[in-house]
Design a protein around this ligand. Structure first.
Ligand code: ADP
Length: 167
């Protein structure tokens, strides 16, 4: 597997699948989630609604992942995953690692050859960037997956530097 770091906007990535840092409602939100739905158009939300009505009545649990169409994005699929909210009193690292593992498992089931990840949980969910970068890189490196091309798409210099210093 080749791991690449990109400074940029995940909605512009020409990959098979982009991963969305969603919330469990799957009904959209801010950050990456808002950008994906705005740029990808209403088809993505339509499919999210159907998923809520069928498989995920109570919402998508933290650490799990599910795919939809990517609508008008250059990618073919959006893989929605729900990162944990960072906590000082409880170690939720395993849930964050699970987001990366489960997203790659879904990517494998789709036959995706290239996957772009944002830095899950590091925005609204408050995870410190350096720690999130370590968990992301370790988990993806160790994952049992046949996806050959994984990109981390970092939105600003600080996020890019955190990942670059570990890679
Ligand atoms: P979470 O709720 O999991 O914290 P956010 O979307 O708030 O998710 O933020 C996750 C990370 O994605 C943050 O580091 C944020 O700066 C970054 N980000 C926001 N918009 C984009 C985008 N369009 N492309 C890539 N990364 C983005």
């Amino acid at each position: 597997m080749e791991i690449t770091l990109v400074l940029g906007d995940i909605t512009e990535q020409e990959v098979d699948a982009v991963v969305n840092a969603a919330n469990s409602s799957l009904m959209g939100g801010g950050g990456v989630d808002g950008a994906i739905h705005r740029r990808g158009g209403p088809e993505i939300l339509d499919e999210c609604r159907r998923l809520r009505a069928s498989r995920y009545g109570k919402g998508l649990p933290t650490g799990q992942a599910v795919a939809t169409t990517a609508g008008r994005l250059p990618a073919r699929w959006v893989i929605h995953t729900v990162g944990p909210v960072h906590s000082r009193s409880q170690d939720r690292s395993e849930l964050l690692a699970s987001c990366y593992r489960e997203s790659l498992r879904v990517a494998d089931s789709l036959g995706a050859r290239s996957v772009a990840f944002p830095a899950i949980s590091t925005g609204i969910y408050g995870w410190p960037m350096d720690d999130a970068a370590r968990i992301a890189l370790e988990t993806v490196r160790q994952a049992e997956t046949s996806v050959p091309d994984v990109r981390f798409v970092l939105f600003d210099d600080r996020a890019y530097a955190a990942f670059a210093s570990l890679l």
